[in-house]
Design a protein around this ligand. Structure first.
Ligand SMILES: [Zn+2]
Length: 449
């Protein structure tokens, strides 16, 4: 009977911007982290991660080319002076801090990272073992305003600022999507391993970006007020491509926007330039699978009529069907919005558990998109009696995953490649320096500007 009757220690409250707060109307969402209230130290800092804002730090972590040409690895921990750290309130929470202050940004970056880890550790069934655990107990979240990016690497997640067209720069500390995506890279380095630079298959590059986007997307779908807003806006109709795009618009989420794309493997059969583009067929397939599993949940709970399924197929060819489809979803949502939300959360959790299971089976050296599809089907057979087999196979086939292999890299990997970036740089093996595509560029591209 150990543990029964004992009061559970509540978690730590923090307020997060669910999307980048470039407009003053974006509301904050209060979330509770797994960190027991009262256990946080100034930083914020816990047993797994800590935030520091260094004074006088000139270079980001990772490989650094000195003026004489010598290559050095800049490594955590920062041992110099630091700016005043954010402190919890007397009850141990962080939701007392005021947006616009340094302390708020420090608490926000901590909150985004901890929140994302919390959700994925639930899928993992326990704490994530950092891939750098041999050298560091904790992840250093370093706030470095002179960096115009956010990068995760060996023992660190370094967070810079984003120059805005008008006004002062904005900090990536406030960007949930970007931070959750970086946590995704860290999770993958732990589960799938670091690549051997000599033997990394092309699929690995696209896979890493895709999986990091999916980590962020599913983390976003744990921000329940955001989920409610998405469902209220779409009435649960996530099926037509138009609606998928609207879904992304409504969320303001870069990850959802990138997920609802129409790229297929044929687009990359003759080769590829950028891993972010190469990631899109895989991300798109898994997003469409999420939507179809949501659909299956709705059918199983009798929240929608089986006749809807035919309409979904017709929508792409017959615009008139779209109106009827929307009307039927309007009815379903009107009857029971809470049930639609429960179905979406169930689909989200199925995909989260499935992805963790699949990723744990992969090896960086020889993974392929086709293998990911096959392992997803195997997971469904093992845990679900193959209930989703048909929809998984259909989506993989439409994206041509497992049918058309990834073509060769057409641009040398010294530009924008994560493998030749600070991400994979272990202290002993410093890869060459290269400029990666910055989040500012990705953001602009994703938002059509
Ligand atoms: Zn990335």
């Amino acid at each position: 009977m150990t543990g029964q009757g004992q009061a559970r220690v509540a978690g730590t409250r923090v307020r997060l911007f669910p999307q980048y707060p470039d407009q003053p109307t974006v509301p904050l969402i209060s979330v509770t982290l797994s960190t027991p209230a009262g256990s946080l130290r100034p930083g914020p800092a816990d047993d797994r991660l800590y935030v520091v804002e260094a004074i006088g730090k000139r270079w980001p972590y990772g490989p650094l080319r000195l003026p004489g040409g010598e290559l050095r690895a800049m490594q955590p921990p920062w041992q110099g002076d630091i700016r005043t750290p954010a402190c919890p309130d007397p009850a141990g929470h962080l939701d007392h801090l005021t947006p616009g202050t340094r302390a708020f940004a420090q608490a926000h970056v901590y909150g985004c990272v901890r929140f994302t880890l919390d959700q994925w550790e639930r899928y993992l069934g326990g704490p994530l073992a950092w891939h750098f655990a041999e050298d560091y107990d904790r992840l250093e979240i370093s706030i470095l305003p002179s960096l115009d990016n956010a990068t995760a690497g060996y023992g660190f997640l370094e967070v810079g600022e984003w120059p805005t067209e008008a006004g002062p720069p904005s900090s990536f500390c406030l960007n949930f999507d970007v931070l959750a995506h970086e946590v995704g890279h860290l999770i993958l380095y732990s589960l799938v391993g670091l690549p051997d630079l000599e033997r990394t298959p092309d699929d690995y590059y696209g896979f890493h970006e895709s999986a990091a986007d999916l980590v962020a997307m599913l983390a976003t779908l744990h921000l329940e007020p955001l989920v409610e807003e998405l469902l209220a806006g779409s009435r649960g109709n996530l099926y037509s491509y138009n609606e998928l795009n609207r879904f992304a618009e409504l969320s303001g989420s870069e990850q959802l926007r990138l997920a609802s794309n129409q790229r297929r493997m044929a687009d990359f059969a003759h080769g590829w330039h950028k891993e972010h583009a190469l990631s899109q067929p895989l991300t798109g397939a898994l997003f469409d699978i999420l939507v179809d599993v949501f659909h299956e949940e709705l059918l199983a709970e009798r929240l929608i009529d089986p006749a809807l399924e035919d309409l979904v197929d017709q929508v792409q060819h017959e615009p008139a069907a779209a109106e009827l489809l929307q009307a039927l979803f309007d009815q379903a949502y009107g009857r029971d919005p809470a049930a639609l939300k429960a179905a979406l959360l169930a689909a989200r959790d199925w995909l989260g558990l499935a992805l963790v299971a699949v990723w744990q089976e992969l090896r960086a050296e020889d993974l392929t998109y086709g293998e990911i599809g096959a392992r997803l089907l195997a997971f469904d057979r093992m845990t679900n009696g193959g209930r989703y087999g048909r929809l998984i196979r259909n989506n993989l086939a439409w994206r041509q995953i497992g049918l058309i292999p990834v073509g060769p890299r057409l641009t040398p990997p010294d530009e924008r490649s994560h493998v030749h970036s600070v991400r994979t740089g272990q202290p002993v093996a410093v890869p060459s320096l290269g400029r990666r595509l910055s989040y500012r560029d990705r953001w602009r591209r994703a938002h059509g500007s």
